[in-house]
Design a protein around this ligand. Sequence first.
Ligand code: APR
Length: 313
Amino acid sequence: MARRKISLVGAGQIGGTMALALAQKQLGDVVLVDVVEGIPQGKALDIMEGRLSIGTSTVLTGTNDYSDLAGSDVVIVTAGVPRKPGMTRDDLLNINFGIIEKVGQAISASAPNAFVIVVTNPLDAMVYAMQKISGLPAERVVGMAGVLDSSRLACFVAMELGVAADDVQAVVMGGHGPSMVSLYDFVSVSGIPLPQLMNRETFDALSKRTAMAGDEIVGLLKTGSAFYSPGLSAVKMAEAYLLDKKNVLTCAALLNGQYGVNGLYCGVPVIIGANGVEKIIEVKLSGEEKVAFDKSVEAVKGNAEWVDGKMKG
Ligand code: APR
């Protein structure tokens, strides 16, 4: 079988992290695309030169030309500006919409058969804009947020309990912002329901930390936002698609009536396989959780309406 092609639009911090992770996993050849001359070429060559040490034959190239997206199996989009301290994700709306517009048109022209994963913030609005602009079917346009948010919650639970990080499973739903919803009953430690191991009060504190985890990293880094864990989360989604794994992952997917939401992208558990988003899973939420989820949807809706206004204008 021919090698698969994974294109990364945006060769910044997250783009570089993904390129390395993809090379380590040998999921396919990697094309880094960026508007800045030299950065994608330099990062590609740098990883190429390290291949002997990690034992991979992945070929990486860098380009400033969107037409090199042609034939991509997967396109992961991080093109945009990251958050600086004091900036909310929504402050980014205006700048990043203009970038997604260009990238969406390029994907539509050069890679209409790709599975597209959007990472650029504000996530729910950017993935919504990407689907509308590219015109690709919604099952092949998803947003990376829930995988990261769930992984952050799982990390905090593991640290609190002193257990292995990869023994903890978690589900964080809703929009990728302060209103995201961490689900207490849905966390398990090697199959043991969290409520048997941790009281609600402790969980609520971890859930709060999860909702602000992006800001916590911005506050520490000062010159940018998180990139290792977002990059690894997006690669996990790409892997589920490329290997037809049918992984259950929380992703921003276009809802068509599920959870009482119509025509909006929002973080929900989905099955990802060779057909993209193969199923949206509707889980039962408690009354309190449903209220929190609906509130989160309202925040997402505001940004989606902003995108609609921009596209009409
Ligand atoms: N086409 C291609 N690349 C672009 C474009 C464009 N139109 N506009 C900007 N870029 C590139 C920048 O040149 C930069 O190299 O996108 C890259 C973004 O990289 P970083 O600034 O390092 O940002 P990063 O940390 O990777 O985050 C990217 O993901 O999590 C979100 O909020 C974050 O929106 C941000 C995005």
